[in-house]
Design a binder for this molecule. Structure first.
Ligand code: FAD
Length: 411
């Protein structure tokens, strides 16, 4: 089949390879890495050990504290509130105990297959060198907060995920630079990548070498016709005609789905980061600072602190005082950190669904068009398994994960 993929972020690129593996003809429609696409600036975690949706008791517990602080981990810009209302209503609905349980089950089902899918993709392309298997640490400033998070850790263990509570001397041995931490859990099987932007560049280069064609344009209009799907673009090639279309335009996917009659509550959680020269943090592995809303990753290309959630849409300019506030909070854990060292600051758009589940599957009215977007905080983690699911759906066979919880019909 000739398949057009709208969006060559990490999800679109992984999907391109899954389709090329199966002998399909691939056309990537991509204007050229939109500014703020999270594929490039994410924290680089393959966080397959995570199981909780955003709408979790943990988030609700922290919410009042976070919202009180204008530069805290979660902010809604007041002017954006009316736009966000439908998303927030869905988020509230997703917070009931039964819905949280369903989301946890679905997240686990997809995350459990995420690392095997990445390993298979990377080794087939000879890109294994991008994977760093040093584990990931979660740390808590206060023992009391750790105690309140025990249910999450126990739930992870219940899924067979190794979560090793560390004694202070064990933590000091693993991460001697860390201070002011009262509790820590090591996830030895979690991993990260060398640098997400470098990985994406390699995936694109190899897809083109394998025969994928790049149409440098926005996919603007989708017109399903009997002979095929017509994608109108703003590029030199004004129309791309194919047998199948995959919509993988991240946070920019909503208007494309809307043309097909699917009203999907996709919004963006804007995230911020600062990347310092390699070695600045003195950390040996990625660290989640629990309850603080940020993580730190020693990437091959620099040390990155990132996180925060800001609801302000796709157009508002970044507010880097949020990045500065995050760096300031990090110095509480890494007192040696010289914040005047020049850092590269960045803001990007997570494609976020209120139930923390991506949309993967056919459009409501035309099964020749498939969606693969809305991966929120886990798009890097879930890209390779999403690609396998999409390839299975496209060919009408079952993939590695039951697609039902991710179908557009859930709305
Ligand atoms: C601060 C931060 C940290 C994160 N850390 C992690 C992490 O550690 N691990 C993890 O798993 N996830 C992480 N994420 C989330 C992850 O980065 C995203 O979920 C993921 O990048 C989404 O990938 P995507 O390909 O769906 O979308 P994008 O990366 O947004 O790519 C979409 C592509 O579509 C293109 N496009 C847009 N509109 C059109 C159009 N009309 N036509 C054609 N092309 C179009 C864009 O140019 C872009 O290339 C993080 C996100 C942020 C913001």
């Amino acid at each position: 089949m000739r398949v057009a993929i709208i969006g060559a972020g990490v999800v679109g690129l992984a999907t391109a390879h899954a389709l090329l593996d199966r002998g399909h003809e691939v056309v990537l429609i991509e204007p050229g890495a939109k500014q703020g696409r999270p594929t490039d600036g994410n924290a680089g975690w393959i966080a397959h050990t995570d199981v909780m949706p955003l709408a979790s008791p943990k988030a609700w517990r922290n919410l009042p504290r976070w919202l009180m602080d204008p530069l805290g981990p979660l902010t809604i810009r007041p002017g954006y509130l009316p736009h966000l209302a439908p998303w927030l209503a869905r988020f509230l609905m997703a917070s009931s105990p039964s819905r949280i349980k369903a989301s946890i089950g679905a997240i686990r089902s997809i995350n459990a297959e995420s690392l095997p899918a990445w390993k298979s993709l990377l080794s087939s392309l000879d890109l294994n060198g991008h994977l760093r298997e040093n584990g990931i640490l979660s740390v808590w400033r206060h023992q009391g907060e750790f105690n309140r998070s025990q249910d999450i850790v126990e739930r992870q263990r219940g899924f067979g995920i190794e979560a090793k509570a560390l004694r202070p001397e064990e933590l000091a041995e693993l991460e001697p630079a860390l201070r002011n931490v009262e509790a820590a859990v090591l996830y030895p099987d979690a991993c990260h990548v060398s640098d997400p932007a470098v990985l994406a560049a390699d995936l694109l280069r190899l897809a083109l070498e394998r025969g994928a064609v790049l149409v440098a344009a926005h996919g603007l209009r989708l017109e399903p016709r009997e002979e095929g799907i017509h994608v109108r673009t703003d590029g030199a090639e004004a129309e791309v005609i194919s047998n199948r279309v995959i919509v993988a335009a991240g946070a920019w996917s909503r208007s494309l789905a809307q043309q097909l009659g699917d009203r999907i509550p996709l919004d963006t959680e804007r995230g911020y980061n600062a990347t310092y020269p390699k070695g600045t943090f003195g950390l040996n592995r990625p660290i989640m600072f629990e309850g603080e809303g940020f993580v730190a990753t020693p990437l091959d290309t620099g040390d990155r602190v990132g996180g925060a959630v800001e609801f302000a849409g796709l157009e508002a300019p970044p507010n880097h005082s949020r990045t500065d506030a995050m760096v300031q909070r990090l110095t509480g854990f890494l007192p040696h950190l010289q914040t005047e060292t020049p850092a590269k600051r960045w803001m990007g758009f997570r494609p976020s669904m209120p139930d923390s589940l991506p949309v993967i599957g056919p459009a409501g009215k035309d099964r020749r068009i498939l969606y693969a977007f809305g991966h929120g905080h886990y798009g890097l983690t879930q890209a390779a398994v999403t690609a396998q699911m999409v390839a299975g759906m496209l060919e009408g066979r079952s993939g590695p994960v039951d697609g039902k919880p991710f179908a557009v019909q859930r709305f």
